[in-house]
Design a protein around this ligand. Structure first.
Ligand code: ADP
Ligand code: MG
Length: 251
């Protein structure tokens, strides 16, 4: 039995004859923080869509903690422990930061318990710890409406983490953030990587350099190469793909 948290073999997604993913092979160790880069249209978002069950593969397999996810519906995959952070924050703007976290922390309880029960000591401790991890202790009682875009991103990462997924999938977390918030989100992901396996998709190379250990480069639906940031940036194939690519719509 393999000790990989995620193993992907010959994954192919065919959209009416166009292969968004083409015999892609990939694996991830438990506790790894992996960054995936690649030009637009390389298949990065489709790759996450297949792992979360949103898109069914045409061929190949996704094995998560030893379990083949073929035909497993999206909600079941989430329950197995795969959490996904979308690009735009999905937080409740009229609730405070703490209420947003409480709400997700309570999701597994019955409606009755959520409405009438008080949070247990353990739940309170979890939320308090998480507020510290995401750096929003001072803003815990503020409505999410008043948070900056970067703070909302951190809150949403917190809302994901409180569901204790084993694998976190994060799509372009720093798009549109200031340099300072980019660094904050980077530090948060690195702190979370101590207790989670994480895949981050990102365009911002400065950010990739801040957090990356191992980088995977996707191109035309397959893995072009993998290695440290330095190895990848100096790989002639990567240079060609990036220089040869149409101008990126991500500044
Ligand atoms: P990336 O996230 O790396 O920019 P995507 O995974 O979004 O790339 O897309 C990969 C390719 O697949 C693109 O050429 C895109 O146009 C195509 N594609 C994505 N989703 C669909 C779909 N539902 N139907 C047809 N083509 C799609
Ligand atoms: Mg994408």
């Amino acid at each position: 039995m393999s000790n990989k948290i995620l193993e992907i073999n010959d994954l192919t997604v065919d959209f009416d004859g166009f292969k968004a993913l083409n015999q892609l092979n990939f694996d991830l160790d438990p506790g790894e923080l992996r960054v995936i880069i690649g030009p637009n249209g390389a298949g990065k978002t489709t790759f996450l869509d297949v792992i979360t069950g949103k898109v069914q593969p045409t061929l190949g397999s996704v094995v998560f903690q030893g379990q083949n996810l073929r035909q497993t519906p999206e909600y079941k995959i989430a329950r197995l422990g795969i959490g996904r952070k979308f690009q735009t924050p999905r937080v409740y703007l009229n609730l405070t930061v703490r209420e947003n976290l409480d709400l997700v922390a309570n999701q597994r309880k019955s409606v009755f318990a959520t409405l009438w029960g008080r949070p247990t000591l353990e739940e309170k401790r979890n939320v308090a710890n998480l507020l510290e991890t995401i750096g929003l202790e001072a803003k815990a009682e503020m409505r999410a409406l008043f948070l900056s875009h970067g703070e909302k991103q951190r809150l949403e990462i917190g809302m994901l983490v409180i569901q204790s997924p084993d694998l976190l999938l994060v799509d372009e977390p720093v798009a549109g953030l200031t340099d300072e918030e980019t660094e904050n989100v980077g530090n948060l992901l690195m702190a979370l990587a101590e207790s989670h396996s994480i895949i981050v998709i990102e365009h911002d190379m400065e950010f990739v350099r801040q957090i990356a250990r191992k980088v995977t480069v996707l191109h035309q639906g397959s893995v072009l190469c993998e290695g440290s940031m330095d190895e990848v940036q100096n790989d002639p194939r990567v240079i060609e793909v990036y220089l040869g690519a149409a101008p990126d719509d991500h500044p």
